[in-house]
Write a protein that binds this ligand. Sequence first.
Ligand SMILES: NC(=O)c1ccc[n+]([C@@H]2O[C@H](COP(=O)([O-])OP(=O)(O)OC[C@H]3O[C@@H](n4cnc5c(N)ncnc54)[C@H](OP(=O)(O)O)[C@@H]3O)[C@@H](O)[C@H]2O)c1
Length: 188
Amino acid sequence: MSNTAIWCRRFGVPEEILQIENTDTEALKENYIRVKMNLSPINASDLIPVTGAYGHRITPPFIVGYEGVGEVLVATDKWSHLKGRRVLPLRGPGTWQSIVDCNAELAIPVPTNISDELAARAYINPLAALMMLRFFPVKGKRVLLTAAGSDCALYLGQWAIRFGAKSVAGIHRSPIHHKKFLHVEYCQ
Ligand SMILES: NC(=O)c1ccc[n+]([C@@H]2O[C@H](COP(=O)([O-])OP(=O)(O)OC[C@H]3O[C@@H](n4cnc5c(N)ncnc54)[C@H](OP(=O)(O)O)[C@@H]3O)[C@@H](O)[C@H]2O)c1
């Protein structure tokens, strides 16, 4: 089966050094599933390792991309119930490729009522926001968000209110972010 992937083969500016490569898929490993990607978004966190900023733990060559959603094409016996299901193929090889082989135990099945668009971005920013709110409980507190127009801050602001924050104020740069929050005060 042919696969198209975006590779980082040396550190640098993403748009200058990333390259598209076509290869044939290898035999599927035991306990792995083969996923045909529907959507692979671009997150800030996808680009940081390309620049070398995480060079102490991620070195080229690697396929880029941490998030995305796809449909299971091939699943070995134990995992045959996943065939045809949409999953998040997390914590495996990069998601910026048309076919991702990932460890079935780490794949997250996606409920049918969640769209591809939402599922594809359900990992990095939602979990980062949730972890922050768990480590720094906001109940009864007044919260100030910087870069409040960012996707991560969008989750933080809404969930801070839900977790009992007294108020959430956001500082943002571009006026296009004004309408993003319903219950948030803004100052520019
Ligand atoms: N460590 C982790 O696990 C983890 C997880 C999630 C996110 N993050 C980090 O959190 C950050 C936000 O991620 P995201 O996906 O939410 O990014 P994003 O949606 O791309 O948002 C980035 C925001 O930064 C603002 N910004 C950029 N340069 C600015 C400047 N000079 N002055 C003022 N505002 C500026 C942009 O404002 P405008 O829209 O107005 O241009 C934009 O709203 C990234 O650094 C990301 O790597 C880390």
